[in-house]
Ligand binder design. Sequence first.
Ligand code: PMP
Length: 408
Amino acid sequence: MRTFTRSQELLKRARAVVPGGMPAHQNPAMLVRDQSPCFIERAQGCRFWDVDGNEYIDYMCAYGPMILGYKHPAVEEAARGQAALGDCFNLPGPIWVDLAERMVDLIAAADWVTFGKNGSDACNHAVRVARAFTHRGKILMAAAAYHGIGSWCTPNPAGITGEERVQVLTFPYNDADFLQALLDEHRGEVAAVVVTPFRHEFGHDQEMPTPAFIEALKAGCSLEGPLLVVDDVRAGFRLHMRGSAEYIGLKPHLSCFSKAMANGYPISACVGVKELKDAAASVFFTGSFFSGGVALAAALATLNEMERTKALDKTFHAGQMLKDGIQAQAKAMGLGICYSGPVTIPFMTFKDDPDFAKAKTFCAAAYQEGVFFHPYHNWFVSAAHTDADIEETLTVTEKAFRKVKEST
Ligand code: PMP
């Protein structure tokens, strides 16, 4: 039996000095209580080792940032090269312009780019740019969608006043009629409709956008307002190198990227069309570390390496192999599952599992055998997952499904 003794000790120490023990999604309360690792010591390729020395094949990829494999040589070399020159300066370095040009060349709907550190920075900025450009206040977003920790969208109401949310209206993802009605009701008042390229909210089967929903977004959004903002923080570079909007057939006015952009280094980007460039310049957007060169160099190396090695094709291949294997196993064992979303960002739920008990049994069994999945959050596949890794994973999922079968 694997044990998590050191993880538990660290958790106890953390709880004494950090509110809640650990922030939000990294809080082990989100995993399987006392049966999952809480702290990681090191990682390499598609694997990590927890502080108790247990090895795992990783299907969370640091919640998305890892796309080429942990400690990828080309990315690490670029980061080291910049670190040797220095990271945080009074003024940006040339790498800042190099990456800005690269992003504008690469992303379909990008005539300009601004860099931040977190996905939240990019999403908050996009909303402000939309408001500055349209001179309108209201924002429409899908109910339960996650766009970061900004007051306008954070899912947890603690510390937020009602006034901060008056301007934010929600619609059910994929409900074209509801969206249309909301737009009609608030004609002339809405600055932006913010959407993720597919429905990937916590604890819910994922849904690709329907053709009717895409049409409603296209028909409802324009430069006259509301603007269309695609939050590609989670999905960016896991569906299409030119942005997920390209993959689903949308042309956003503003898009937000982060996560997979720099293979784990902290950076985010808000990009937009040329008509919004002056509005973007008018919005105050800065941070002490926003122009830090190491993350910029890592991002440039990540994007270049992804294109050079066709990393996205490899990620799709690995994701498809995982999906096919898991679905075949569940079927053979007579277990009802829903395997949803793009194969590069999949999620699995069990049928008739309202409290996620089966999902937790499955994940706990997988942790024991050396594979890391999440019971409620969508998973991430990377280009570093080889056929051999997937085959090894499938021997583990077979055992984990058996545990679920035994427990029901
Ligand atoms: N938007 C989406 C779709 C996300 O998935 C996330 C992060 N999970 C964010 C925004 C916020 O990004 P960050 O945690 O880097 O602030």
